[in-house]
Design a protein around this ligand. Structure first.
Ligand code: CAA
Length: 702
């Protein structure tokens, strides 16, 4: 008998305690242990009812995701659940922590479910590109109705226990907050059921409530936009349809199994499972062990109350950390605080937070006009204008007032963090924290390690990032860091393709169809074409030296005042109320004239060429980033692209996609093909890419 499931008893109640830290995932030993335990206790005349409970911090948090894609071993989960459901003794599942996925499905096989109030249940398989494949799609609609079950499984959200109780998913809440109190309450509940001679309630025997005959069609319409490109949400709808319409429970289970296997073997699910672990791995820093000493962050300071500074401040207030915002002038400070308040009020109006919480968060924000106001802050983040002169002035002043040991962070999106650190006498405390706009919404945080940044500073900032709700990735100092450095490669090729014969709408469509929320030209129109224009005006000559100038068409567009959405026109016209980009013959004319001026004969482009020229140079740049050690691992780059730039998670990120979908040799050979066609050294494959192809290896091996 393995110790993955421990057996004990109290009086006539048998207790099965799952013992597979940290989250009691349903590994083969756990499945075998539950099945054997239920069978043994079911046959034991001394036992009248069984309590199934998790040891440690949670009930089962789901299938063991690491087992997916490996040869099956141990008892099948559906058989384990059938054993529970058909056990001759009453089985009570006692829930704490996060009973998720296969964990909740196991509990739905029990005859009764009791829980702590703090428990959150859910079927989040959709986030792994899967559906609940152990009866969840058939049992949840039988308890909570088809409509609620669809929403729960398509969103994958964690449901608070009181809500789950109101939907019949949980039978009773137990007083207390600890696992020990839960066990006590669950035993008492089981004893009561035995005393009452309560029936063994099998969820499979209940009928599904179908709220409206067109539920499935309306759900499909509702999710069309957000589920674009994903497979799992559509399969979940088919499973719930089977639950409602199939002749028997077993027939529904059969349909669920077919669709589950289809998803499990899809590249979309493989990509999403990769992403699940990638996000967790990226938060770890190879030479900064988990036990590294960390500074305590009880207060924060932000320099600059503009869009970025205000957004960053909101993250701290949201996490309950007092934050002081510094501005040079009262008017700018007032404007910044007003914007923050409006943002919170709008969230409250949409139901995203309680009205009284608006005041609570505003109360955590202190405005100041003096650097002295920052002297007690544990971390200060600078979000001022992006020139080295301004940063120099700010960091010198900050160095003079900040308390010893305070972390001094810059939100620069491209300046040299080492140089910024050199303006202080404490470069070990200086680090980059590159937030993405809007900073209160975007999850990604590129933390930039300077050459002198201490391990303690890194450890503190990585864990602070999580505390303020961000997904942190550590990167090195290089132009554009990881994300923008790769984005630039796509931008260069998109600009050249316009000159050579493609149109903005054609390039944008390829990128959109791949799964991005929008293509490069629609994105530029949204961000404002004038931003890049002004930068180019400053460094035209320099950029010309690096690569062939990319701004001819962009400049012509800006010279007409077409700055994008904010001026009603850019690469597209925006005359519809919903700001749909409309292709514009005027732009086509500018593009054609530019090609003529450059002496380029325009030609037709296939979607495949556009895709290769947009994405392969990014992968190649990713390879250079890896070989220079600017990212710790290929998966870190994937996490950056999924969270900062809308790379579709069901394609895993650029490096996973290159490794597993396209193949490194294909990319390498295509780069050579374009190099030979154009004679442009831009296309030279990175040394790392060449080596991996020669060795038949993947980025994941680096
Ligand atoms: N399988 C394998 N490992 C898992 C896991 C799982 N289901 N859930 C978590 N882990 C691992 C994590 O990778 C992490 O490992 P490391 O410490 O080595 O990085 C460790 O457990 C702790 O996880 P977190 O850092 O995420 O801890 P947390 O406290 O922040 O969150 C959690 C806990 C809410 C359970 C979160 O881990 C989570 O959401 N897990 C996934 C839940 C899930 O998707 N379950 C469904 C699985 S699919 C399924 O069940 C299919 C089916 O129908 C049969």
């Amino acid at each position: 008998m393995s110790d993955a499931v421990l057996r004990s008893s109290q009086g006539r109640i048998g207790i099965l305690t799952i013992n597979n830290p940290p989250v009691n995932a349903l590994a083969a030993a756990v499945r075998d242990g539950i099945k054997a335990g239920i069978e043994a206790m079911g046959a034991d005349p001394a036992i009248e009812a069984i309590v199934l409970i998790g040891g440690g911090r949670t009930f089962i948090a789901g299938a063991d995701i690491r087992e997916f894609g490996k040869p099956p071993s141990g008892a099948n989960l559906n058989d384990v659940i059938a054993t529970i459901e058909n056990c001759p003794k009453i089985v009570v599942a006692a829930l704490h922590g996060t009973p998720l996925g296969g964990g909740l499905e196991t509990a739905l096989g029990a005859h009764y479910r009791v829980s702590l109030k703090s428990t959150r249940v859910g079927l989040p398989e959709v986030h792994l590109g899967l559906l609940p494949g152990a009866g969840g799609t058939q049992r949840l609609p039988r308890l909570a109705g088809a409509k609620y079950a669809l929403d729960a499984m398509i969103s994958g959200r964690h449901i608070p226990a009181p809500e789950a109780q109101s939907k019949g998913i949980i039978d009773a809440l137990v007083d207390g907050a600890s696992q020990e109190e839960l066990l006590k309450g669950a035993i008492a509940h089981a004893e009561m059921l035995v005393a009452q001679k309560a029936p063994r309630v099998r969820v499979q025997d209940r009928k599904v409530t179908l709220e409206s005959p067109d539920l499935f069609e309306t759900t499909k319409k509702d999710i069309a936009r957000r589920a674009r490109g994903f497979k799992a949400p559509w399969s979940i709808i088919e499973c719930v349809r089977a639950a409602a319409e199939a002749k028997s429970f077993d027939e529904g289970i059969k349909r669920e199994r077919e669709l589950f296997v289809e998803l499990l073997t899809s590249s979309e699910s493989a990509a999403q499972r990769h992403y699940f672990f990638a996000e967790r791995e990226a938060a770890k820093v190879k030479d900064v062990p988990a036990e590294t000493k960390q500074g305590e962050i009880k207060s924060a300071g932000i320099i600059g109350a503009g869009t970025m500074g205000g957004g960053i401040a909101m993250n701290f207030a949201n996490a309950g950390i007092p934050v002081t915002i510094l501005e040079a002038e009262q008017a700018a400070l007032d404007r910044g605080l007003k914007t923050i308040r409006t943002n919170y009020e709008n969230t409250a109006k949409r139901g995203g937070m309680k009205a009284e919480d608006v005041e609570k968060r505003m109360a955590l924000i202190t405005p100041t006009l003096s650097y002295d106001g920052l002297k007690d802050c544990d971390v200060v983040i600078e979000a001022v204008f992006e020139t080295m002169e301004v940063k120099e002035a700010v960091f010198k002043k900050l160095d003079a007032v900040a308390k010893p040991g305070a972390i001094l962070a810059t939100n620069t999106s491209g300046l040299d963090v080492n140089q910024i650190a050199s303006y202080t006498k404490r470069p070990q405390d200086v680090i980059g924290m590159h937030f993405f706009s809007p900073a209160n919404v975007m999850k990604l945080l590129e933390n930039v390690r300077g050459k002198a940044t201490s391990k303690e500073t890194i450890a503190t900032v990585m864990s602070l990032s999580k505390r303020i709700g961000k997904i942190p990735v550590l990167v090195g100092v290089c132009e554009g860091f990881v994300g923008n450095r790769m984005l630039r490669m796509r931008g260069i090729q998109a600009a050249y393709m316009l000159e050579e014969g493609a149109l903005p709408q054609q390039i944008d469509k390829v990128v959109f169809d791949y799964g991005f929320p929008m293509g490069p030209f629609a994105m530029s129109d949204l961000a404002g074409n004038d931003v890049g224009w002004r930068i180019r005006q400053g460094k035209k000559e320099k950029e010309k030296r690096n690569v062939r100038y990319t701004g001819y068409i962009a400049d012509a567009i800006c010279e007409l005042g077409r700055f994008g959405q904010k001026t009603g026109a850019g690469y597209y016209k925006y005359n519809l109320p919903d700001r749909t980009p409309v292709p514009d013959p005027e732009v086509e004319k500018i593009i054609e004239e530019t090609s003529k001026k450059l002496g380029i004969t325009r030609r037709a482009f296939t979607d495949q060429e556009i895709l290769e020229r947009c994405f392969y140079p990014m992968v190649n740049e990713g390879a250079k980033i890896l070989e220079e050690g600017m990212a710790q691992r290929a998966l870190d780059i994937d996490v950056i692209w999924v969270n900062g730039y809308g790379w579709p998670v069901y394609r895993g990120g650029p490096m996973w996609w290159a490794d597993n979908v396209v193949g490194l040799k294909t990319i390498h050979d295509a780069l050579l093909k374009y190099r030979d066609l154009t004679g442009d050294p831009f296309w030279e494959p990175a040394a790392l890419l060449k080596r991996l192809v020669a060795e038949g290896k993947k980025f994941a091996s680096v």
